[in-house]
Ligand binder design. Structure first.
Ligand code: ATP
Ligand code: ATP
Ligand code: MG
Ligand code: MG
Length: 881
């Protein structure tokens, strides 16, 4: 068997609304297509031997051992691969359990769906599961060392994909609060929320961090000065730039013990503590000079090293930090003890893990020399030996939670200090013998204020209670009651998405200042086209959702994007489903119209409980979506007597209908007339029924989003879909004596929709029709029959690009369709054949009858529009008979 295609879903999708993170494999079972697991000798035994923990998978029997029972009794290999991929991830520490396996319309080809935590690991698990299954089929076993290697690789991928403890904590907290987040590739910025409500963070710097405060905190000397002036205890000291100033500086402090550190340093680099003599001071000066030209000389404070974390001007955690050290056992050397200590799984490189490895380097050896020890010394039992003087976690230190112990006076002081420096998140370093006493009482001092302090010592202290310090950070970014996301209106359907999206955006602009919307022709923010192109997938949606100027999003959501990667958002506020018709069938294993309906239903099902699914009551497949939504429902219908609409209203629901020439909103017993269709340019004088349907859907979407009837009316009157904006979409030209319409309808439902308009035309009608050669015969026949049903006269043409058919064949099929219609309805249809599209159009325009309507379904929209423009259409597009 082999994997034909791997897709990574990242949002609500065809398989699940809630589980967004899924891998979808298209799997060719090849010779295993006819061989369920019970017919493969030794397979069951081999699988159990390789992965005994599969015993825990319940599967359909619903009990422990259920899945293995299915394997024993016989199940297809796709199903097994699904369970193996899940189990491999779980064994590598990424607990996953959701999966599905389905046959496709192609024999032996299956779709295998399973959950992932990290997408790259998910894709790896697919390949590893394939190797494992194939190996057991062929040899009866999967070597243990191969499995070991797979799991190690998976762990490595998982480690590489996680963001570091501080960021991970923020992400987890955001998820718990249902706040959407995304890591922007640029600078790994974390973005929370959508549109104008978004906030950003990067570790412990946030959109609230003030650059003046951050810069001040980075300047240790100024920080000290400003705190000293405010009466906060800080170490006495001076800054010097030359060695010859050192002696003087020490004298002014009143002698030893002193500390020497670089003026601009961090992570404890270049610092020497507890200096007791001139010779130590000289060496310390040189070390500090290597880091910075300015050198701080200050009084050394005896005591423990505490970190106070202040978020949004409140102390949220306190930790005692203890420098990297080992404890003797009377047997091992210091070097061996360090190695043992570094085996702790919590210790990693840099800031990626909860703790950092202890480095053996010049600093630690110097530290040992001062204690008259070296790396080969053996420590007595329980002797503590420090390898660093400074307690930074990044140099191997550990932390103990002391949040409960801090003295209230110090809480007050720390909160005041955060405000004095101007930091939303501050890490305040305090030296004191006992944090439960006021600082002056124990001769304590604040040695530094850190911007962007590390959070890991509070999140996962080596001892004491872990503190969820991500919670106050997110509460600061989004105080209770503040919005997190801008409203999202998503629009899907087979036909009319772009029109409805544009119209909805236009209506919403009556209320919202900056409407962001995506369509088949581009991404727009307000009046501005931001990017041109077919932008109906999740990436385009993300562009709108990430934009800080957007205050509501209207997203055309096409089939392709939902299928390829799922929706761009977890929930929307309004989900519009216009219709489901036969188009794009046979692509992406969506072979039936019911499967297509299930795919489009994703938009309705993703609506949040207080939002609305706007459903077409006249389309049974769309109406049926109401059964699976978790939100409220509002229907639109061209028929005010639609029984579904009636019963919905009786139950207190909302609907929009077309009745007596008016678009109206119905609620309980009330009929709110919005506007007469005739007054709405989009409906072409009320003659284009499908445009009325689109306008009903858009009006309803806006109405449930709080737009008033007056505002909707004004917007409907002013909306124009111009040929420049949407070429090929019902572009009507007033030629004076007659009208010409260009439409790029591309499926039978689209032709039928245009037919609805043609039938309402008072004068004679002529269609220039033809279908692309790559459509099925039955589609071309249907096109012919449909055309015959609404045109008085037809010219059958052909595309320049024959798409694999001999010249004339596609046209023959269309003609056959016309004849079938004639036979069925016992009536005559006047038609002719003119294969060349340009000639056909010219001839239709030349012979256009008085008050007539020429409808062109062109291969090339721009060429058709150019031919019409050459004949000088009147600026006022619409003046129907
Ligand atoms: P980081 O960037 O990790 O905060 P840093 O390089 O900025 O470190 P400081 O915070 O100034 O350096 O000092 C590091 C540690 O050295 C302090 O947390 C404290 O333990 C100790 N220390 C610094 N100054 C003094 C002092 N005057 N008296 C006693 N200990 C001190
Ligand atoms: P695409 O899939 O190409 O993006 P779309 O769904 O965005 O299409 P529109 O661009 O709004 O649809 O309209 C395309 C054509 O579909 C119109 O010109 C018209 O022929 C037809 N159409 C529009 N609305 C409807 C409707 N409600 N029902 C049936 N056909 C429609
Ligand atoms: Mg510090
Ligand atoms: Mg579109």
């Amino acid at each position: 068997m082999k994997i034909l295609k791997t897709q990574t879903l990242r949002g609500p999708n065809y398989w699940s609304i809630r589980r967004s993170k899924l891998i979808v494999l298209r799997l060719d079972l090849e010779d295993l297509a006819e061989r369920p697991s019970d017919t493969i000798p030794g397979f069951y035994e081999g699988l159990v031997q390789a992965l005994p923990s599969l015993e825990e998978h319940y599967c359909s029997p619903g009990c422990r051992g259920g899945f293995l029972q299915r394997v024993r009794e016989g199940t297809m290999m796709g199903h097994i691969l699904e369970h193996v991929a899940l189990e491999l991830q779980s064994l590598a520490g990424m607990s996953t359990g959701f999966g599905r396996t389905r046959e496709t319309a192609s024999a032996g080809i299956y779709q295998v769906i399973f959950e992932y935590i990290h997408e790259e690991a998910g894709r790896y698990a697919a390949r590893a599961a394939l190797r494992l299954c194939n190996s057991i089929v062929e040899t009866g076993t999967y070597p243990a060392d191969e499995l070991q290697k797979d799991l190690e690789d998976l762990q490595e991928i998982a480690a590489g994909a996680s963001q570091g403890p501080s960021t991970e904590a923020l992400i987890r907290e955001a998820e718990a609060r249902d706040i959407p987040w995304v890591v922007l590739e640029t600078r790994d910025l974390l973005q929370f929320g959508y549109g104008k409500y978004q906030q950003r963070a990067q570790a412990a710097l946030t959109s609230h961090s003030n650059v003046l405060g951050v810069e001040l905190a980075c300047d240790k000397e100024s920080t000290k000065q400003i705190l000293e002036n405010a009466g906060v205890p800080v170490p006495h000291g001076t800054v010097i730039y030359y060695l010859n100033q050192l002696e003087d500086a020490i004298d002014r402090l009143g002698g030893y013990p002193i500390v020497i550190k670089p003026l601009n340093g961090n992570h404890g680099r270049g610092i020497t503590l507890d200096i007791q003599s001139w010779s130590e001071a000289e060496t310390a000066y040189d070390r500090a000079r290597e880091i910075s030209s300015g050198v701080i000389v200050e009084h050394y404070y005896q005591g423990k090293d505490y970190r106070i974390l202040v978020v949004n001007h409140k102390v949220v955690a306190v930790a005692e930090r203890i420098p990297a050290h080992v404890v003797g056992d009377g047997k091992h050397t210091i070097r061996e003890l360090v190695e043992q200590e570094n085996c702790d799984v919590r210790r990693g490189e840099g800031h990626d893990n909860l703790l950092t490895q202890i480095q053996i380097d010049e600093t630690s050896e110097a530290m040992l020399r001062r204690q008259c020890r070296n790396l080969d010394s053996i420590l007595d039992p329980n002797d503590v030996c420090y390898l660093r003087a400074t307690a930074n976690l990044s140099t191997g230190g550990i932390a103990i939670d002391r949040t409960e112990e801090i003295h209230p006076e110090t809480v007050w002081m720390a909160e005041r200090v955060a405000r004095i420096i101007g930091l939303d998140i501050a890490g305040i370093d305090v030296i004191a013998t006992d944090i439960s006493k006021p600082l002056p009482e124990v001769d304590g001092a604040i040695v530094e204020v850190n911007a962007a302090p590390g959070l890991r010592m509070h999140l996962a202290p080596s001892e004491g209670v872990p503190r969820n310090v991500a919670a106050p950070i997110l509460s600061m970014l989004f105080p209770p009651g503040t919005p997190v996301r801008v409203p999202i209106v998503a629009v899907t359907g087979t036909n009319g998405k772009t029109t409805t999206t544009r119209l909805t955006a236009h209506i919403l602009r009556q209320v919202y200042e900056s409407v962001g919307y995506t369509t088949t022709d581009g991404i727009y923010i307000g009046d501005h086209l931001v990017e041109k192109g077919d932008t109906t997938g999740p990436q385009s949606a993300q562009m709108i959702l990430q934009d800080p100027t957007v205050d509501i999003a209207v997203l055309e959501t096409a089939r392709g994007g939902i299928l390829r990667s799922g929706l761009a958002f977890q929930h929307c506020d309004v989900g519009v489903v216009l219709n489901v018709a036969a188009d794009h069938l046979g692509l992406g294993d969506i072979d039936t119209i019911d499967q297509m309906a299930k795919l489009k239903a994703v938009v309705a099902e993703a609506v949040q409980p207080n939002g609305y699914a706007i459903l077409n009551a006249d389309d049974p497949r769309v109406a049926a979506m109401a059964d699976h939504v978790s939100s409220k429902v509002a229907y639109f219908s061209m028929n005010p007597d639609n029984p579904l609409v009636r019963s919905h209203l009786q139950q207190g629901g909302i609907a929009a209908v077309y009745a007596e020439g008016y678009l109206s909103i119905l609620q309980q017993d009330w009929i709110h007339r919005i506007e007469q269709a005739k007054q709405i340019p989009l409906t072409m004088g009320g003659k284009a029924p499908f445009m009325i349907a689109n306008a009903l859907a858009a009006s309803l979407a806006a109405y449930v989003q709080g737009v008033s009837l007056e505002q909707i009316r004004t917007a409907l009157q002013s909306f124009r879909a111009s040929a420049q904006q949407t070429p090929g979409r019902m572009n009507l030209f007033n030629m004076g004596r007659y009208h010409a319409l260009v439409d790029y309808a591309h499926n039978p439902a689209g032709y039928a929709a245009v037919g609805g308009f043609v039938k309402n035309w008072a004068g004679p009608t002529l269609g220039v029709v033809g279908g692309p050669g790559d459509r099925r015969d039955q589609d071309l026949l249907e096109l012919g029959s449909l055309a015959a049903s609404f045109f008085n006269e037809i010219i059958v043409k052909e595309d320049d690009d024959k798409r694999g058919r001999p010249s004339g064949e596609a046209a023959d099929r269309v003609v056959e369709g016309i004849r079938q219609w004639e036979a069925k309805h016992q009536s005559q249809c006047s038609y002719s054949v003119c294969l060349d599209e340009t000639q056909a159009i010219e001839s239709a325009l030349d012979n256009a009858p008085e008050n007539g309507l020429i409808v062109i379904f062109p291969e090339s929209v721009s060429r058709a529009i150019a031919l019409i423009s050459d004949r000088g259409p009147l600026p006022d597009a619409f003046d129907p008979p």
